[in-house]
Design a protein around this ligand. Structure first.
Ligand code: FES
Length: 240
């Protein structure tokens, strides 16, 4: 079996030490550590599990239990891009199921649709895409939505979703509807671990308008009409 030291170089060891230093107890660093190992291989390999276990004084079984619990950690190599289509209730009713089916067929080969967490193209290579069903992406007011490497593309249709993946396959990076500019999955994983290639670029890398007009509509309406929430009971007591 490949030793974790062969896969994770000195730079990754230094980054791991930095992550661990952020926490009072080493084991608390497991989630960002898993994003760090995923940024190297595009998934959490057995070497990645052993690396985290060694660094955090945990067993492989303890790390595996966490990896297999959270869907953001992948156990098979992923594509350059991860396309997550929300097929939870509201998005499904608004067209998310149809979008997923369309993309699965479009990205499949020889009439066989791509399955959940399967990859079109060679994992890691430019233009390769992993497709997955996603649970509610917390953007129901913009349904149906999908994400690429966790960046939002709102109000999708079957056609816009196909155009999006075709652009990704050509090496393009269409601007998300809101949020940060699109990057590739491994770079997004490095950001999730808390590392940005150029700290001065931090704002450009991760920042961007995150609230949509639809999301703020209730607050805007209340503001325009001068509506305020009733006082909390303890506030009344303090003033009474
Ligand atoms: S159901 Fe799709 S974002 Fe909530």
């Amino acid at each position: 079996m490949t030793e974790s030291t062969e896969v994770f170089d000195a730079d990754i060891h230094a980054k791991a030490a930095e992550i661990i230093g952020r926490y009072p107890v080493a084991r608390s660093a497991l989630l960002p550590m898993l994003h760090l190992v995923q940024s190297v291989q595009g998934y959490v390999s057995q070497e990645g599990i052993s690396f985290c276990a060694e660094q955090l004084d945990l067993t492989d079984a303890e790390v595996s239990a966490v990896v297999t619990f959270y869907t953001m950690y992948k156990r098979k190599p992923c594509g350059e891009h991860l396309v997550s289509v929300c097929t939870n209730t509201l998005c499904a009713a608004m067209g998310g199921d149809a979008i997923y089916k369309k993309l699965a067929g479009h990205l499949g080969e020889n009439g066989t649709p791509l399955g959940h967490e399967q990859t079109s193209g060679t994992p890691g290579e430019q233009g390769s895409i992993t497709l997955e069903h996603a649970e509610c992406l917390a953007a129901c007011d913009l349904a149906p939505v999908l994400q690429v490497n966790y960046e939002y593309y709102d109000n999708q249709t079957e056609q816009s979703a196909v155009e999006l993946v075709d652009a990704l396959r050509k090496g393009e990076r269409p601007q998300p509807t809101r949020g940060a500019p699109l990057t590739d999955l491994k770079s997004a994983e490095q950001q999730l671990a808390g590392f940005f290639p150029d700290e001065e670029q931090f704002t450009a890398d991760v920042d961007g308008p995150s609230a949509a007009e639809e999301t703020l509509r209730g607050a805007t309406l209340a503001q325009d009409r001068g509506w305020v929430a009733p006082a909390m009971r303890d506030e009344e007591a303090n003033h009474g």
